[in-house]
Design a binder for this molecule. Structure first.
Ligand SMILES: Nc1ncnc2c1ncn2[C@@H]1O[C@H](COP(=O)(O)OP(=O)(O)O)[C@@H](O)[C@H]1O
Ligand SMILES: [Mg+2]
Length: 220
C-alpha cells in the first residue's frame, strides 16, 4: 500500500543545510502495524509528515495505493490525505473550548459531502474509546489520556485506511499510554494499517515490525 524509495529530505534554514533523511526506503502492506523508533532529531516527524502527505521530500519516490504521490498538486494531495489518513499527534491538537463530539466531527468540515449519520458515528467512535460519558465535555475539561482518546476518535471519523501516530503516548503516563496502545491494537485487529512513531520500546513492541531511523536511514 505504501511504497517509499530513496526518500531524501534536506532543510535549508538561515543558509544552514540539514540532511535529515538520506535515502529512506521501505514498504508497508495493507493491514500492517509498524513502529518507527529513533533518537530525538533523527527525522521521525519529518518522515511521518512525508508519509502523511503533509510535506514533500526533496527527492525520492512515493507510491500510495499505486498513486504517484509526488506528482500530485496541492489540492489532489489534500484530498488524498483526508481520504487515506487519520492523524494522532503527541500534543493532541484539540480545540480547547469545544466539546469532544465537535472535535471528533471537525475533520468532516473538509469533506465535500457531510455524512447524514455523522453525529451518530462520532458518538460511536467516542463510545469505542471509552468516552461515552464525556461527549459534551470540552477538551480543556478532560485529562491528557482522555484528550488523546478524543484525538483518536477524531482520526477515525473519515474512516481512513491508515492511522499515523507521532509519539502518541509522549505526553502521557504509563497507565494512559497502555490504554492508547490497547486502542491501536484493536484498530489493527479491525483491519487498519497503523504506523506509530515512538521512542518508548514498550509501545513499539506492540507493533508487528519495528524500524529504526538512524543517520537518515531506516534499519530493521
Ligand atoms: N521545518 C524545518 N526547517 C528546518 N529544519 C527542520 C524543520 N523541521 C525539522 N527540522 C530539523 O530536522 C531534524 C529532524 O527533526 P524531526 O523530524 O522533528 O525529528 P524527530 O521527530 O525524530 O525528533 C532536526 O534537526 C530539526 O531541527
Ligand atoms: Mg518528532
Amino acid at each position: 500500500m505504501i511504497n517509499i524509495k530513496d526518500i531524501r529530505k534536506t532543510y535549508m534554514k538561515t543558509s544552514v543545510e540539514t540532511n535529515v533523511l538520506r535515502g529512506v526506503t521501505f514498504s508497508v502492506q495493507r493491514g500492517e502495524y509498524v513502529a518507527i523508533m529513533g533518537a530525538s532529531g533523527s527525522g521521525k516527524s519529518t518522515l511521518m509528515n512525508i508519509i502523511g502527505c503533509l510535506d514533500k521530500p526533496t527527492n525520492g519516490q512515493f507510491e500510495l495505493d499505486n498513486i504517484n504521490v509526488l506528482q500530485l498538486d496541492d489540492d489532489a494531495l489534500s484530498a488524498l490525505r483526508n481520504k487515506k489518513f487519520g492523524f494522532v499527534f503527541q500534543q493532541f491538537f484539540l480545540l480547547e473550548r469545544t466539546s469532544s463530539i465537535d472535535n471528533v466531527l471537525l475533520p468532516l468540515i473538509y469533506t465535500d459531502k457531510y455524512p447524514a449519520d455523522a453525529t451518530q458515528r462520532a458518538r460511536k467512535l467516542l463510545d469505542d474509546v471509552g468516552l461515552k460519558d464525556r461527549t459534551e465535555y470540552h477538551a480543556n475539561e478532560l485529562s491528557g489520556g482522555q484528550q488523546q482518546r478524543v484525538a483518536i476518535a477524531r482520526s477515525l471519523i473519515n474512516d481512513p485506511d491508515i492511522i499515523l501516530a507521532d509519539e502518541p503516548t509522549g505526553n502521557l503516563d504509563s497507565e494512559n499510554a497502555a490504554e492508547i496502545v490497547e486502542i491501536f491494537s484493536r484498530l489493527h485487529k479491525e483491519g487498519r494499517t497503523i504506523i506509530v512513531v515512538t521512542h518508548d520500546r514498550t509501545v513499539a513492541e506492540h507493533a508487528q515490525r519495528i524500524l529504526e531511523l538512524k543517520d537518515g536511514q531506516l534499519k530493521g
